[in-house]
Design a protein around this ligand. Structure first.
Ligand SMILES: NC(=O)c1ccc[n+]([C@@H]2O[C@H](COP(=O)([O-])OP(=O)(O)OC[C@H]3O[C@@H](n4cnc5c(N)ncnc54)[C@H](O)[C@@H]3O)[C@@H](O)[C@H]2O)c1
Ligand SMILES: *[C@@H]1O[C@H](CO)[C@@H](O)[C@H](O)[C@H]1NC(C)=O
Ligand SMILES: *[C@@H]1O[C@H](CO)[C@@H](O)[C@H](O)[C@H]1NC(C)=O
Length: 431
């Protein structure tokens, strides 16, 4: 037996069609007959979409807020305590890259003489982040709070400048290292170009505008062969992406100086080494390999010439940084407008005593009391330059900069720190 509906279909097809049209008309009529009902429907849909979007935004910002582990009453209190100067006329300095090698030493030195310091670092894993955390705990013990954040995060920067009237920014956060540029070029753009601009934007908008002191690099001299390297030499032939981003930084800061009246000082560091140093640098990895009985690779330049570096001990560099902060004039702008010309300076911070890499190795062998297994190879075209040698007369005259530590002495201090930090006694791991 066919179902009832089918029967009605076949029995009165014409009637059905008519009835269906009527039914549709009735439905259409019910829904959209009056303009006002239709209008209400549209409003309802818009409201639904809008509330969904704003809910999403709330959830996103909420998760960012909490995931980044910054903000809130306790956090602000820590920032304010750390920023508090403990001497009259003390500076209040935002140190970026504070958990880095140079940043840790500069932050400690400022805090010790009574300045206020707030650190900022993203603890990235370019090298072992546990070393960065250990430096952070060292700073914490000395009353320096390091905010966990990226210089590309404009909300963190706005917040920091909102709660602290920083007199100075010591900008040391960067993607460092020359050879890593072939592996991860975008890390250099992220930190050294984009991050720098985000930080400069925050500085230019801050009230008062801070004076800006930052780390450029001896690598900007590139394939320049005139020695010693002087600030007046041309620096338009970088040999690595790292060098190119540092050079770009010198020009970017110049534009902010020119347009917004930011006081700018660039410090071109020459191969800085010392306790709490950077594991990716040759003196550090040589030490590790020599102690582990592993071979070390020593590069040799064209015509079998030894590579040489103007190694500069960390304590000397720190004095140069403090000299730069102390002599920096105030920025002249406010409300994003320049009021008059502002200071723009560039200084070499080197040691002026270049030492060849084989000499560096023999000093390490002596301090470690272990012979190195050396593999000597010709330098590949990987961005390293054959030698660096600083002319530091400008920094000497204007910053009172006077390096006093030779490589022997500096490496002895480094080795002592290395052995104790990594738990060695008498050349063998003690645990
Ligand atoms: N050590 C040297 O020989 C030398 C030589 C020339 C120039 N420099 C420059 O000096 C500065 C300090 O160097 P260092 O040897 O202490 O290096 P480092 O890598 O130990 O310190 C840099 C710190 O910045 C942090 N950082 C990187 N990108 C960041 C970002 N986007 N946001 C927040 N933090 C970020 C890192 O986590 C690190 O702790 C750098 O600008 C470097 O390019 C160093
Ligand atoms: C290499 O050394 C030779 C002889 O010592 C010299 O004539 C030549 O100019 C050198 N080449 C370079 C690139 O320095
Ligand atoms: C070093 O630089 C100064 C200028 O800062 C210059 O007068 C001097 O001649 C330079 N010295 C050398 C050896 O090039």
């Amino acid at each position: 037996m066919p179902p009832l509906e089918d029967k009605s279909f076949t029995s009165t097809p014409g009637k059905f069609k008519v009835e269906r049209t009527h039914a549709m008309n009735r439905q259409l009529h019910r829904c959209f007959a009056s303009a006002s009902t239709m209008f209400l429907w549209v409003i309802f849909l818009i409201a639904l979409t809008a509330s969904y979007l704003s809910f999403r935004r709330f959830v996103d910002s909420g998760s960012q807020y909490f995931a980044a582990s910054w903000g809130g009453f306790q956090w602000e209190k820590q920032v304010l305590n750390s920023a508090q100067a403990h001497r009259s006329g003390g500076l209040s300095v935002l140190v970026t890259g504070a958990a880095g090698f140079v940043g840790t030493h500069v932050s400690m030195a400022l805090k010790k003489r009574g300045d206020g310091v707030v650190g900022l670092d993203n603890f990235n894993n370019y090298y072992d982040p546990t070393l960065k955390k250990a430096r952070m705990y060292l700073l914490q013990d000395h009353g320096v709070f390091v905010v966990d954040g990226d210089i590309n995060d404009q909300r963190i920067l706005a917040k920091l400048f909102d709660i602290v009237a920083f007199s100075h920014v010591m900008h040391l956060a960067a993607q460092a290292g020359v050879r890593y540029g072939m592996e991860n070029p975008h890390a250099y753009i992220h930190s050294n170009i984009a991050g720098l601009v985000t930080l400069l934007e925050a500085c230019k908008s801050a009230y008062p505008q801070p004076s800006f002191v930052w780390a450029s690099s001896s690598s900007v001299y590139g394939i320049n062969e005139k020695v010693p390297f002087s600030e007046s030499h041309l620096t338009d032939r970088p040999a690595s992406l790292y060098a190119a981003t540092k050079k770009a930084g010198e020009e970017t800061t110049h534009a902010y100086n020119h347009i917004y009246g930011l006081s700018i000082t660039a410090l071109r560091f020459f191969t800085v080494y010392g306790p709490w140093g950077r594991p990716d640098m040759a003196y550090f990895s040589f030490t590790r390999n020599i102690l582990q009985g592993k071979p070390i690779t020593i590069y040799r330049g064209k015509n079998r010439t030894d590579l040489a570096r103007d190694f500069t001990f960390i304590d000397d560099v720190v004095k140069g940084c403090l000299g730069a902060l102390d002599t920096a004039e105030k920025s002249t702008g406010s409300g994003g407008k320049k009021r008059g010309p502002a200071q723009y300076r560039i200084y070499n911070l080197g040691n002026t005593q270049p030492v060849t890499v084989p000499t560096l190795v023999s000093i390490l062998e002596k301090h470690l009391k272990v012979k190195a297994k050396k593999i000597v190879v010709d330098m590949p075209g990987n961005g390293d330059v054959p030698f660096t040698h600083a002319n530091i007369s400008l920094a000497r005259m204007e910053l009172g900069y006077k390096p006093t530590t030779d490589l022997q002495t500096g490496l002895r201090k480094f080795v002592r720190w290395y052995l104790s930090y990594y738990g060695y006694s008498h050349g063998k791991p003690s645990n």
